[in-house]
Design a binder for this molecule. Structure first.
Ligand code: HEC
Length: 116
């Protein structure tokens, strides 16, 4: 009788679980990130204040390029206070925000704001 290939079965099982979890996490994370961005950039990137630019409808390539510039400190990043439902949050800036984002998150955010 053939011995079942446990290693193969386990690898497939872990891959499936990993992929399932990964995609559901990504969807939740994107909503959390969008909420964070909106707290300065306005609802879906439609700005409501003069000191933060709009993101809505911006070309994907421009959004990605701007984030890369903040990431490398090639563009100035003034401290701003986000506005949340709970009130005013503690001040932060685009350079520290850019440093927390993965390439996948930047791509997803750029797509989102481009289409809003
Ligand atoms: C604390 C407030 C704040 C938060 C939160 C914030 N931003 Fe910004 N963002 C700014 C400010 C202020 C600028 C303009 C900086 C400058 O003076 O050039 C900016 C600029 C940008 C630009 C360049 C826009 C342009 O027209 O050149 C992009 C793209 C951007 N932000 C994306 C994001 C994304 C994506 C998020 C969420 C992950 C985010 N921002 C979260 C304050 C914020």
């Amino acid at each position: 009788m053939n011995k079942p290939n446990y290693q193969f079965v386990l690898t497939m099982l872990f891959s499936a679980v990993f992929l399932l979890c990964d995609s559901s996490f990504a969807a939740t994370d994107l909503q959390v990130l969008i909420k964070q961005c909106n707290s300065c950039h306005g609802p879906n990137g439609h700005t409501e204040r003069g000191d933060v630019p709009a993101l809505a409808g911006k070309p994907v390539s421009e959004i990605k390029a701007a984030i890369a510039q903040f990431y490398y400190f090639e563009r100035h990043c003034p401290n701003k206070r986000p506005r949340t439902e709970k009130g005013t949050g503690s001040s932060t800036n685009m350079c520290s925000i850019a440093s927390t984002l993965s390439d996948e998150e930047v791509a997803a955010l750029a797509q989102f704001y481009n289409s809003h």
